[in-house]
Design a protein around this ligand. Structure first.
Ligand code: AMP
Length: 452
């Protein structure tokens, strides 16, 4: 069904067209009519499903045109990056309207945000902390508010914003439309929803526990000492477009990034201890292709939309099974395909089991052929690891030059449910372009460990 049938006005249909969208995604199909009709909504959808347009388009439609009397829409986001991304989406979709959107978040000066608010904006997209500052100083008033959007609520509560979120909801007029999005809606989130919404429609798209179907994923068991070498090996053997590497800790992310740089990778780092300008620079550089790898903590796992992330590597198994789904959701977004590898040490077998229980499927465990699992760790990443052919490093331009076809390490059986037979030689990955098996056939031969 095309967008034109959803009841959106022509300027927004032109905005959608300019974005290159042809058909609405399932959540857009279901949420847009509800929001246009003025109803409250609880949406639980995986990231990458088109959730932003599902609320931004009908919200813009309800606003019509710019009015100078203060914001009529408030969107709360858990992180600065998400707030900036959602603001961009509002501007993109609303490019043929005169509606104004302003982003409000910490880590940058107050001046520009204050003057945009004072000049009269229709939509404020904010993180809770900075929004509270503007409310306290009286720069921002919410009297004219008509629509409140609470996005990524589970993340917002995880990050300790529950008190601020409740205060902000309390400052909004009681007569309003409220849209509530959360990957999962456990009882504590249901409690916030019941306090914020009235007779909401409920839309569940996909099951939040499922991993994106377009992503092929695998676990690479490895000793803690050989983890970094295996990461390097995977990067060397994989033709990736851009690769997001997740670390559990900020310190760990810095360390991985430092070592990757020593091994001549172009690397960005994104975590909460970095300054706002560093965070912006990292994300922009990664999006534009200046950095082929971005090392990040889970701050980047939620909602951040980077077109063309072909690979996600979990250097550390995520602490919460839910984060596995979110991390993996960074690749394979909007119909694209992607690969997700998780490096797991033997002590993390329990965490892996928890992830498998959570997503309801086994993740294949693979061994990277040709990688010497028993060699002592390379001393300093500047030394080429033992498995590498230095000629290949010299001859081959870095990943992007390859156009990012599927990884050699694509686990062929990744989509297949357990129990899995251990293949004698890896057949071509499902949907993988033909050159992958030709170049790398046999690399992925066999599973390292078979489980009953
Ligand atoms: P989101 O879940 O809102 O972060 O969106 C994920 C990605 O899907 C973004 O890159 C969007 O631009 C893209 N997207 C959203 N809706 C559509 C659509 N109807 N057709 C194609 N791409 C879309």
């Amino acid at each position: 069904m095309p967008f034109a049938t959803l009841g959106l006005p022509p300027p927004l249909l032109n905005g959608v067209k300019a974005m290159g969208y042809t058909d609405p995604t399932p959540i857009q199909l279901r949420a847009i009519p509800v929001v246009l009709a003025g109803g409250d909504l609880i949406g639980s959808a995986q990231t990458g499903t088109g959730k932003t347009a599902a609320f931004a388009l009908p919200v813009l439609a309800r606003l019509g045109a710019h009015q100078p009397r203060g914001p009529r829409v408030l969107v709360l986001e858990p992180t600065r990056e998400l707030a900036a991304q959602v603001e961009t989406a509002f501007r993109d979709f609303g490019r043929f309207t005169d509606i104004r959107a302003t982003v409000v978040h910490g880590g940058v000066g107050y001046g520009r945000q204050r003057s945009e608010i004072q000049a009269g904006t229709d939509i404020v997209i904010a993180t809770p902390g900075r929004l509270m500052d503007f409310l306290k100083e009286g720069t921002l008033r919410l009297d004219a508010l008509k629509i409140l959007v609470l996005d990524e609520v589970d993340r917002m509560l995880d990050m300790g914003f529950v008190k601020d979120v409740k205060t902000i909801i309390g400052r909004c007029p009681r007569e309003r439309q409220t849209l509530f999005f959360s990957a999962t809606v456990p009882p504590e989130i249901e409690a916030v929803a019941s306090f914020a919404l009235r007779n909401p429609a409920r839309i569940e798209i996909g099951v939040a526990r499922t991993v994106n179907q377009s992503v092929t994923h695998a676990i690479y068991p490895v000793s803690p000492q050989k983890k970094f070498d295996l990461l390097l090996a995977l990067l060397e053997r994989t033709d990736f477009q851009s690769c997001l590497v997740f670390s559990r800790t900020k310190h760990g992310a810095d360390k991985i990034a430092r070592k990757l740089k020593q091994a001549n990778h172009s690397v960005a780092v994104l975590h909460a201890n970095r300054s706002q300008s560093q965070r912006v620079e990292a994300l922009e550089g990664f999006k534009s292709g200046r950095y082929e790898v971005m090392v990040a903590t889970d701050i980047a796992a939620r909602g951040i939309d980077v077109a063309g992330v072909s690979h996600v590597i979990n250097y550390d198994v995520p602490a919460n099974p839910e984060d596995y789904v979110h991390r993996i959701g960074r690749t394979g977004r909007a119909q694209a395909v992607g690969d997700a590898f998780t490096l797991a040490t033997p002590e993390q077998a329990g965490d892996i089991k928890a992830i498998e229980r959570f997503i309801g499927q086994r993740v294949p465990q693979l061994k990277l052929e040709g990688f010497d699992y028993h060699a002592p760790p390379s001393i300093g990443a500047a030394n080429p690891p033992r498995y590498q052919d230095p000629r290949r490093i010299q001859q081959q331009p870095r990943a992007r030059a390859h156009g990012g076809h599927r990884s050699p390490a694509s686990p062929s059986a990744a989509q297949a449910p357990a129990p899995r037979p251990a293949p004698a030689a890896a057949p071509p990955p499902t949907g993988a372009p033909s050159e992958a098996p030709r170049r790398f056939g046999g690399l992925m031969r066999g599973f390292w460990r078979r489980r009953g």
